[in-house]
Design a protein around this ligand. Structure first.
Ligand code: GDP
Length: 327
């Protein structure tokens, strides 16, 4: 049994050669490898990642978020098809914390992004699953590096706009895009202010038909709201753009906006941002790995339930219980 599982793995050079030559089947297998939690796979994946690292970093990295129903997949399909038609090579990845619970995936449904999925310049990968956001995010980040080494020059990372995963995605992309609905009045539409503050651009989506007027009002409202946020530190001023993925209006303009962001920051600005992201990633990983190691320890497992009961019964303070476990 183990032999057959091992048999599905390639040699490090086979992965590396395959990825660098843009072989999608090998790319997919390499992503599966970095998603694996098996000890041997982690080691093999590290070898592969180390050797492809010099070939990474040449893409535009974009994060896309918004509440369910705002039209993220429709937008990615429209925007992605536009870019693919222009000759850009696009990989779409996702960070989907909900998939941890359901085992499903926001990109798993084959009917989503069907046109884009069939375009020769596009590659769509269902989101990884895992026991923690930190784990899932690491896998997505590594998948992004593999895609870059395979020659993709544009990466979209989709996430559901409901919580913690936005911060995580913001930490792995250059440009962060928030999709909003055209309803004026329902101010933040369930999007937390903190998420709006992270956005490099807001899209008032579905700006078509009867929505156009409302979308224009929303645009003005959000432009005002953005003025109140602290400056980004890069000189970039977040923009608000109307867009309809149904009529394609605003799609080309949106891409121009992204390009103007890259022009403004330049290679130096983008690289310094990425260096900081890498350091943050390292420190986050330390926290995440320590936690993982802690909870997998047999000694911890043996005492955890008892201490939980004591905390529940009010016999011990949570901090004292945590200290005892750590000691
Ligand atoms: P997601 O959950 O954010 O990925 O949203 P979907 O892409 O699945 O879209 C949700 C719904 O909004 C679908 O019924 C789409 O047909 C609709 N929709 C998406 N884009 C547009 C648009 O540009 N205009 C209009 N009017 N409807 C849209």
């Amino acid at each position: 049994m183990i032999a057959s599982v091992t048999g599905t793995r390639l040699s490090p050079s086979a992965y590396i050669d395959g990825i660098l030559s843009g072989d999608r089947i090998i790319l997919s297998r390499a992503i599966t490898l970095v998603e694996s939690n098996r000890h041997e796979d982690i080691q093999l994946a590290e070898q592969v990642l180390n050797r492809i690292l010099p070939h990474t970093g040449k893409s535009k990295r974009m994060g896309i978020t918004g509440v369910p129903g705002v039209g993220k997949s429709t937008f990615i399909e429209a925007m992605g098809s536009y870019l693919a038609e222009q000759g850009r090579k696009l990989a779409v990845l996702a960070v989907d914390p909900s998939s941890q619970r359901t085992g499903g995936s926001i990109l798993g449904d084959k009917t989503r992004m069907e046109t884009l999925a069939n375009h020769p310049n596009a590659y769509i990968r269902p989101s990884a699953t895992g026991s923690s956001l930190g784990g899932v995010a690491n896998k997505t980040r590594e998948a992004m590096l593999l895609c870059e080494a395979a020659g993709f020059d544009t990466i979209f990372i989709e996430t559901v706009g409901v919580g913690q995963s936005e911060t995580t995605v913001k930490g792995m992309v250059d440009f962060f895009l928030l999709l909003m609905l055209p309803g004026a009045g329902d101010e933040l539409q369930g999007i937390k202010k903190g998420i709006m503050e992270m956005a490099d651009a807001l899209i008032i989506h579905k700006a078509d038909g009867d929505n156009i007027q409302r979308a224009k009002i929303a645009k003005a409202e959000y432009e005002n709201a953005l003025h109140l946020f602290p400056p980004t530190g890069t000189g970039w001023i977040p923009k608000v753009q109307l867009c309809s993925s149904m009529t394609q209006s605003g799609i080309a303009e949106m891409w121009k906006l992204v390009e103007s962001f890259y022009d403004l920051l330049g290679e130096k600005g983008i690289n310094s941002n990425r260096k900081q992201q890498n350091l943050d990633w390292m420190h986050e990983s330390i926290g995440y790995l320590l936690k993982e190691q802690f909870y997998s320890s047999e000694k911890v497992k043996a005492q955890l339930k008892t201490l939980e009961n004591e905390v529940e019964a009010g016999k011990k303070t949570p901090l004292a219980a945590a200290r005892q476990l750590i000691n």
